[in-house]
Design a protein around this ligand. Structure first.
Ligand SMILES: [Mg+2]
Length: 372
């Protein structure tokens, strides 16, 4: 079995906002083979930048484009191909966009292996622990407190037992952030887990204040209150915050997570499987986290391709309390698959068909295909 092409398909909504849904523009990766089996993956970052990494011609031994590294190779040799892609992009890659594209290809290779084996990916990963997962509704903090509270009530009415609000106007005034969180708590009651995602760094003093104040409202975790590389800040915050601190959606590669755990004291990490190096690297990160008693609750704020890949990975984890489920309204999320992945009473089930177990909706791809 040989790889005949690695195709990058770019999709984009007609209008893209600065703060919006995580899949306003999307890079789907298809790995084609000479036996007619095609693998599907997603790279979660700027699609046009991804495309350059995929298409770039040979520059030097450690600065190559990824397609050229894969043509003619056996797609079932996932480990060897992962190392090959990593080794030959190390000058410009390792932790940035190259790793995002490697992620999309890796996910597609696992899809191929599952289709060839006739098994869902989670079975191939060697240790399915559960097939049903509690989803937390992941949404944006709205411009007004009332609108955010209304959304919280909607998510609860839709069956979610947990929900996260992030970005928007959070940050800048920690007392306002606490008032908003208190209003959400009052609206949904004590039985619902609430997560707050700052998105961008706030001053360490504000983060310390929020970590203490949010605990009074039972916040499940406070996400990304500091800059991704502020390991000293995270170490100080995690040492004293009664609210658990979570971060990691902007990292790639296992070493970044080792640093967050070793030096930042993080007890919850959030790798994005379409950024960190795919399913393969996610397993290495998960093993490291598990050995330290750290929880891995992956970042999952894009299309149903990422949702499927995330479900297969977390189905094998010993302790993953939640699937992040993008609860915004966006056709690239809701209509990308023939059978979209939907929660029922807040529970999402891992696909059981071979590979990722998903099929793309060609109408949606044709409608939103982007060729700048
Ligand atoms: Mg986040």
């Amino acid at each position: 079995m040989r790889i005949t092409d690695v195709e990058g398909i770019m999709l984009r909504l007609p209008e893209v906002r600065e703060i919006g849904d995580g899949c306003q523009s999307v890079m789907i990766i298809k790995v084609h083979t000479d036996e007619g089996v095609t693998g599907i993956g997603e790279a979660h970052t700027n699609p046009l930048v991804n495309k350059a990494v995929l298409d770039a011609p040979l520059c030097s031994i450690s600065a190559q484009g990824l397609r050229g590294l894969l043509l003619g190779e056996d797609p079932r040799d996932i480990g060897r191909l992962w190392d090959r892609m990593d080794r030959h992009t190390q000058t410009y890659g390792r932790r940035g966009v190259a790793m995002h594209v490697i992620s999309g290809i890796d996910i597609a290779l696992w899809d191929i292996l599952g289709k060839v084996a006739g098994l869902p990916v989670h079975r191939l990963l060697g240790g399915t622990r559960r097939t049903h997962h509690r989803a937390y509704a992941s949404d944006l903090s709205q411009p007004s407190l009332e609108a955010t509270v209304d959304l919280a009530k909607q998510h609860k009415a839709n069956g979610y037992k947990a929900m996260k609000f992030g970005w928007g106007d959070l940050g800048g005034d920690p007392r306002k952030d606490v008032r908003r969180t208190a209003a959400i708590r009052a609206a949904v009651g004590d039985e619902v887990d609430i997560m707050i995602d700052m998105g961008f760094a706030v001053p360490l003093d504000d983060a310390l204040y929020l970590g203490r104040a949010f605990a009074e409202h039972g916040v499940y975790f406070l996400e990304e209150p500091l800059a991704p590389d502020d390991l000293d800040g995270f170490a100080r915050l995690t040492a004293v915050s009664p609210t658990p601190i979570a971060t990691g959606e902007k990292e790639a590669g296992v070493h970044a997570y080792r640093m967050l755990m070793e030096h930042g004291g993080l007890r919850i990490i959030q790798p994005d499987i379409a950024r960190v190096g795919g399913i393969s690297e996610s397993l290495r990160i998960a093993a490291l986290a598990e050995s330290r008693g750290v929880r891995m609750i992956p970042h999952c704020w894009s299309t149903d391709i990422l949702v499927a890949a995330t479900l297969h990975v977390i189905s094998t984890l010993r302790d993953c309390p939640y699937l992040e489920y993008n609860a915004t309204d966006n056709p690239l999320r809701t209509d990308l698959l023939v059978d979209p992945i939907r929660p029922v009473d807040g529970i999402v089930t891992v696909p059981e068909k071979p590979g990722l177990g998903i099929e793309l909706n060609q109408d949606t791809i044709d409608r939103y295909r982007w060729n700048p």
